[in-house]
Write a protein that binds this ligand. Sequence first.
Ligand SMILES: Nc1ncnc2c1ncn2[C@@H]1O[C@H](COP(=O)(O)OP(=O)(O)O)[C@@H](O)[C@H]1O
Ligand SMILES: [Mg+2]
Length: 284
Amino acid sequence: MKIIAMTNKKGGVGKTTTALATAAYLGQSGFSVLAIDMDPQANFTQASGADMNVAGTFDFLNGTPIEKCLQKLPKYTMLASGPRMTRAEKEFDQIGRERLLKSALARVKDYDYVILDTAPSVLVLTQNALCAADAVVICCQADSFSLLGLDDMMHNIDLVQEYYNPKLLVAGILQTRYNAQTKISEQATALFQDKAKEFGTNVFSTVIRENVAIKEAQMRQTDIFTYSPTCHASEDYAAFTKELFAIVEGGKKKWPKNSPKQNSEETPRISIPRSPRKRTTRRR
Ligand SMILES: Nc1ncnc2c1ncn2[C@@H]1O[C@H](COP(=O)(O)OP(=O)(O)O)[C@@H](O)[C@H]1O
Ligand SMILES: [Mg+2]
């Protein structure tokens, strides 16, 4: 079982969209997936069409057996967030509070992948996600503003590696909402690559294009592959999930043969060359 967190201190950079698409694509490709909404804003829960007012993530972290907290959705099983999650910061005040998720998940064995969506903060819920994760994806909107705060985010990841989770792999920086028509997206790619090098990680060679179908799917509370299997965002998220899979599995597992095919479209999918990996994680 591999645990993967989508993160960034900034909001609106595609964390939830990426968590949802990754969970859905892994699920429809035959993997068993547990999706955990770690954000009190509960956007992942809402966009999945799950119920926010029943037992979910908060109760699971608080010691309720997982069977009582799960919601079964067509492509993945979910631990939902909701209004009660806002109490987490106050109520989880005991020593070791950063490790609640890690210890609760230690008893869970039934899934191939656990996908964590995190809040735009590095407070206790995000710390729990980073302590429990095997790998972290840093989602960044493809504009230069996304670089602000990246140093701080990486510093926090460093601290988590140092004190709690030395095996945490920084899988890479994912560029979301890429618009080939704007110069800024192109320029940002070069800046992200520089930053990634500095941090000892990579920029994913797949970029996620800006696509209105993402918003439409979220409004209909469905995943992008169900809503529009051939749109640009579906193509990009399928390619990203496979790239992530290869990184997280270290090339030891093959992607299932019978997984759904993406239709090829006239416009080629945008991908940028990956620079060779030097280190998997940044150490000070
Ligand atoms: N590739 C995309 N194309 C168009 N809109 C997108 C794309 N990715 C995300 N969005 C939209 O941007 C907003 C922020 O995305 P979200 O995933 O909620 O970010 P975060 O979880 O980091 O706050 C949402 O309204 C979402 O629908
Ligand atoms: Mg979000």
